[in-house]
Design a protein around this ligand. Structure first.
Ligand SMILES: NC(=O)c1ccc[n+]([C@@H]2O[C@H](COP(=O)([O-])OP(=O)(O)OC[C@H]3O[C@@H](n4cnc5c(N)ncnc54)[C@H](OP(=O)(O)O)[C@@H]3O)[C@@H](O)[C@H]2O)c1
Length: 267
């Protein structure tokens, strides 16, 4: 099976959250390239329009549907799923990529910030998945990838809120994965280290500031600390997500797949 061929997802409807962000954007493109009809969502309409245009320039046959939604808003989530399924049919592929950083060290962490990070990164993917689960169950078909983080596998400095939310997302992936597999629905997570997106670059910049280093200096250090010699690209994360959504990953269930240039081995 050629997993990246243009007909792998023919007739399937994929919903990608965080499609205006680096990882979601590349994932939506990859899914469309592989034949899926794609619903893309985020809060920035102009970026969703750009993405739609880019996909349709590259793959004129691709069906792309835009829904602008703030996923922290219950009625936006409801409208998103309803409009997406009315327009493109039942969702059988779901990528929960929307996420935020935030929090900081304990001295600075507020309850409001902690709850915001947990809400967007943990509660929202669960509530959205719940809405789509019914039709996946009915059709006895589905694959879901939650975009977690390497920070969901080990603690990070100042990461109480973010790291906690990603550990929790991995716990959701496993627990729900156990329930869903009996309905032929596979749930997995990806756990990237630093990725070259706005979020990744901001994280490196903040880390550099703590040590009085420029972004460029800190990036050089991050790259040098990785066995592969570099942080990941959004397309590399998208490729792993799309692989997990294909039948080539048929017996991959409840996993947390790392994409981090071998960072877990250190140097
Ligand atoms: N980049 C990294 O280094 C890295 C590493 C590990 C894990 N991750 C995870 O990967 C995922 C994607 O990150 P990224 O690098 O692509 O980040 P990004 O470029 O900052 O994108 C974040 C995305 O989340 C969306 N989002 C945030 N809050 C939202 C809300 N309330 N409602 C709807 N959408 C919302 C944003 O939409 P709008 O901008 O349109 O509001 C945007 O599309 C995140 O879950 C992140 O935690 C990233």
């Amino acid at each position: 099976m050629t997993i990246f061929s243009s007909d792998v997802f023919t007739g399937k409807h994929a919903l990608v959250t965080g499609a205006t962000g680096g990882i979601g954007y590349e994932t939506a493109k990859a899914l469309a390239q592989m034949g899926a009809d794609v619903t893309i969502t985020g809060r920035r309409e102009e970026v969703l329009n750009e993405l739609k245009e880019e996909i349709q320039d590259d793959f004129p046959e691709a069906k792309v549907f835009i829904v602008v939604a703030d996923l922290t808003n219950a009625s936006d989530r409801e409208t998103l799923v309803q409009e997406a399924e009315d327009k493109m049919g039942p969702v059988s592929l779901l990528v929960n990529s929307a996420g935020i950083t935030g929090g900081g060290v304990m001295e600075d962490l507020t309850q409001e910030e902690l709850e915001k990070v947990m809400h967007v990164n943990f509660t929202v993917p669960i509530l959205l998945t719940q809405q789509i689960y019914e039709s996946m169950k009915k059709n006895k078909e589905g694959a879901i990838v939650n975009v977690s983080s390497l920070s969901g596998l080990r603690g990070t400095y100042g990461g109480t809120a973010y790291t906690g939310s990603k550990f929790a997302l991995n716990a959701f992936t496993q627990s729900f994965g156990l329930e869903a597999i009996e309905h032929n629905i596979r749930v997995n997570a990806v756990c990237p280290g630093y990725v070259d997106t706005k979020m990744g670059r901001d994280g490196i910049r903040r880390k550099g500031e703590r040590e009085n280093r420029s972004f460029e200096e800190q990036l050089k250090i991050e790259n040098a600390n990785l066995p592969s010699g570099r942080i990941s690209t959004a397309r590399e994360v998208a490729n792993t997500i799309t692989f997990l959504l294909t039948d080539a990953a048929e017996n991959v269930v409840g996993e947390a797949v790392k994409i981090s240039g071998g960072s877990v081995m250190g140097l």
